[in-house]
Design a protein around this ligand. Structure first.
Ligand SMILES: *Cc1c(COP(=O)(O)O)cnc(C)c1O
Length: 427
């Protein structure tokens, strides 16, 4: 057994963490185990996880039903290649996804991570236009403040400033960026709000394969909430200018915003949709890209005759079996009520937060609560203070936010909300 000190020493000498330095390695908290909404550090402290491990763990850690499903699946088979073979977990999962997502999405590509599912979505759009004898339609349009993953194709549609595009400009595809959607779920969207986006469509539609956007909530690019009217307008612009719409639901999918998918707020169906993160409840890495019959037919009637992608671990049975139980757990309960409960607590607990000095904005939708500060937060100070209070949050930039597991109790959530404000006040 390694001691906690040994773990941290080895780790800091050799191991990259997300967006980290190895010259100035970040402080690390070794975790021993996790259960429900809490994890236990190796020093014995217990933390309430306000992050659901980057928005994935919707049913909590160590869930008996999910544990049982994955154990059962290990005993059947952990993996078989997906070329030429298939299995029940995959069949059940694609059926679930087709049933749950907006009507019109009928075909599913199982991918291994969110970024890969975005790459797949982009490749689908490009192959589609190729098959329509319009290979010049290969660029993407998106909005600023987006986040779609860290691989090259995905990175090229992330916010150019946050994503430091200049570092990679020699190799990144050059896409088209419209202003970020104006904030506010209830905002009445005017022609003015859409004028620049419309202009870009007018100027570039002949070379545009698709528009990609995170529906209703822009996640890692700024935690910004916008109006369903805007999303509807995006769908209409895509139709008007014959551009495919890719909805990146990796963060928003499976109830997080109060609807099953972000698109459901606007009652639209994208041509291509990506899901990931909470798809597999934080147990296994898994994502998927869905598309319509039109897109699938186009791709398969094109030059290649097939869709040109096939990951080694495609359709992994362990991951699919976990996703199936996760979806079944969600559907079995009144998940809308659970999300509404969380939203209600966030709203009441943070109702007066704007009065606290240093807080610029408070934004809440579904099981997402965001506090935007006037200044960037000092992670080296705030993280250890939150841990001392028994809370795990991972602020970035000026944003302190929570996206807790849906199973968090009222008591734990109230504690988390109050302690967060206390720590902000003190700093
Ligand atoms: C997290 C995220 C991704 C990338 O997913 P990974 O699994 O980290 O590759 C893509 N799009 C959105 C909206 C995300 O939130």
């Amino acid at each position: 057994m390694l001691t906690p000190e040994e773990i941290v020493r080895i780790d800091q000498a050799h191991c990259w963490h997300p967006y980290s330095s190895l010259i100035n390695p970040p402080p690390l908290f070794p975790v021993e185990s996790a259960s429900g909404v809490r994890f236990k550090l190796m020093d014995g402290r217990e933390l309430i996880d306000g992050m659901a491990s980057w928005w994935c763990v919707i049913h909590g850690y160590n869930h008996p039903r999910i544990n049982e499903a994955i154990t059962h699946q290990v005993e059947q088979m952990s993996h078989v290649m997906f070329g030429g073979l298939t299995h029940e977990p995959a069949a059940r999962l694609v059926k679930h996804l087709v049933d749950l997502t907006p009507e019109g999405l009928t075909k599913v590509f199982l991918a291994d991570s969110g970024s890969v599912s975005v790459e797949v979505a982009i490749k689908m759009a490009i192959q589609y236009w190729n098959s329509q004898q319009k290979p010049e339609k290969h660029r993407l349009i998106t909005v600023r403040n987006g986040y779609h993953g860290d691989t090259f194709g995905a990175m090229a549609v992330c916010d150019p400033v946050n994503g430091m595009h200049h570092l990679f400009s020699a190799v990144l595809p050059q896409n088209i960026f419209a202003p970020a959607p104006p904030m506010g779920y209830d905002r009445q969207i005017t022609d003015e709000d859409l004028s620049e986006l419309r202009e870009l469509f007018e100027r570039h539609h002949h070379e545009l394969a698709a528009m990609i956007i995170e529906p209703i909530v822009q996640g890692a690019g700024g935690m910004r909430i916008y109006s369903p009217q805007y999303l509807k307008a995006v769908r209409e612009l895509c139709d008007e200018f014959d551009v495919l719409l890719i909805a990146d639901e990796i963060a928003t999918g499976f109830g997080r915003t109060g609807k099953m998918f972000g698109c459901d707020h606007a009652d639209i169906c994208p041509d291509i949709m990506t899901v990931g993160k909470s798809l597999s409840a934080g147990y296994m890495t898994l994502a998927a890209t869905l598309c319509t019959d039109r897109v699938a037919d186009g791709i398969c009637r094109g030059e290649a005759g097939v869709f040109m992608h096939g990951p080694t671990f495609m359709g992994n049975p362990l991951a699919c079996s976990v996703a199936n139980v996760s979806i079944e757990l969600l559907l079995e309960k009144d998940w809308q009520a659970d999300i509404a409960r969380i939203e209600g607590i966030l709203k009441s607990q943070w109702a007066d937060a704007m009065k606290i000095e240093g807080i610029r904005d408070v934004r809440i939708i579904g099981a997402i609560g965001v506090i935007e500060m006037e200044e960037p937060v000092d992670m080296a100070v705030i993280q250890p203070r939150l841990v001392e209070e028994g809370i795990w949050l991972r602020p970035f930039g000026r944003l302190i936010y929570t996206m807790p597991p849906y199973v968090i109790s009222d008591e734990d959530l109230i504690y988390l909300c109050q302690k967060t404000l206390e720590v902000i006040r003190e700093l």
